[in-house]
Design a protein. Sequence first.
Length: 572
Amino acid sequence: MEHIEHLGYLPQIIILLSTAILVVAIFKKLNLSPVLGYLVAGALIGEHGLQYIHSKDLTIVAEMGIVFLLFAIGLELTIDRLMAMRLHVFGFGSAQVLITSVAIGTFCYIIGMTPEASIIIGGSLGLSSTAIVLRVIADSNAQSTQVGRLALANLLLQDLAVVPMLVLVPQLAQGGDSIALTMGQAILKASAALIIIFFVGRLLIRPLFNSIASINSSELFVAATLFVVLGASITTQIMGLSLAMGAFIAGLLVAETQHQNRVEDNIMPFKGLLMGLFFMTVGMTIDPKIIYNKLYVIMLASTALIFAKAAIIITLARFFKFSWGASIHAGLLLAQGSEFAFILFGLAAQSDIAIIDPSKAQLLLTIVTVSMALTPALSKIGDLVCKRTDSHITNDDSLLPSASDLNRHVVIAGFGRVGEMVARLLSAQKINYVVIEADAKRAKKGRENGFPVHHGDASKLHALKAVGIERAKATIITIDQNVYLKKTISIINKAYPDIPIVVRSVDLKNLKSLEKVGATIVVPEKYEAGLQMAGALLKAIGMTEYEVSRLKNQFRAGDYKIAKEIMPENKS
């Protein structure tokens, strides 16, 4: 026993990790969210369960989990991404958060809660779960569908809304001023911090990461990332704000550098592990007795929350001219509470703040947990409703409502193997796109697999307008029928000469003729396949990635002139 005491927190950490592995693995097998698994794992070993660990022992771990979550969210919020989706981020998203928060807050005030508690509860429950919604969208491969884009736009705005909320909670606890003045001060304080750190950070972060990247040390890059995250967090803490807010601002700054993807890869292990531990600390505070005694209230309140949020989201989606099917699907997908509610309710229930009674905070957290648990089932119901309701629209190439929200997107003409690969690559880079396919069976199969594929003839201008060609930033044509290909290029080039057109060609024979009718870039398949295979061979025998890339670019720059000498056109 004496030996165990000398180990400090190590036995607790082993218990924590082993419980998390077991319970989360079971939840994954049952196709349930890992977030719920962490909550259950925490409840099992916490102060109301087997009492192996107390949540207060893991306070710093929980705070670090929040810090890395906010940093990861900041990384997602690039200016280009926000501007491309600005109507639905700032229009739909702002309206949804404001209306839902006011409606729930007003209800709380009517039933006897204090104005401060009503504001925090309304603001917290007005948000949806980023972790669970993104997981559901990814599992159903719906990132590029209209519902997926609307959900993402809404979540982006909600992530921004969390920043003033984190400042508002301590401000409300201080009292003294009017609530309106307090909220105004919180927003101004958050905005000032954003502006100061943003301008200072732009001067330091870009040169820092450029210097670290030139050294080519992965360990140093990870260290620099941690330095930026924790340094920004401590700065905002000193300014009287939260650690999480500094991490969020750091994420915004790094998102504007060319190292965004590499930084994201570096922090993912930290974010995943620490966020899991944060949810476990939340689970440790859940008292099963409260759930048992208030089960009827919890189920009733969870159902009311889901119906209220779904009704507001469906109404707003219809106002923004989404179809009934897409509106209902989005409403059911976004109707749950948010993981940010765990942060905000926990903060509001602290003894030095005490805006919400701890027992009421536990009840609210349980309501949020139940609503989160129901999300996958609700999303499937919404998907079925969407397919049945909108089935008459998706086969008509003159009415494609799922492209109406797109701006600065990519139009893909043709959805064979090449088109599908392009679509997958764009999805991985979080670039919005829409596909138009002339073959009805292929279009239907693509939609069933979660791709935004529409049945239509890309050589007809009205079909191209239906997928928002006039708002596109580029188009790629993967069709291999030469006559149809030239006709499509010509129509796009004549109507929209400023839109870049990338096309495929079997070889170099048609390159000049395709460029003549308006193609911006022509990719000859046979030669590109040869380049890729030769490049792989050269890397296998010891040539560096840089040298291989330079050599391939030399071939491309010379219209494959060296390749033509060794690979005549009559050979393949």
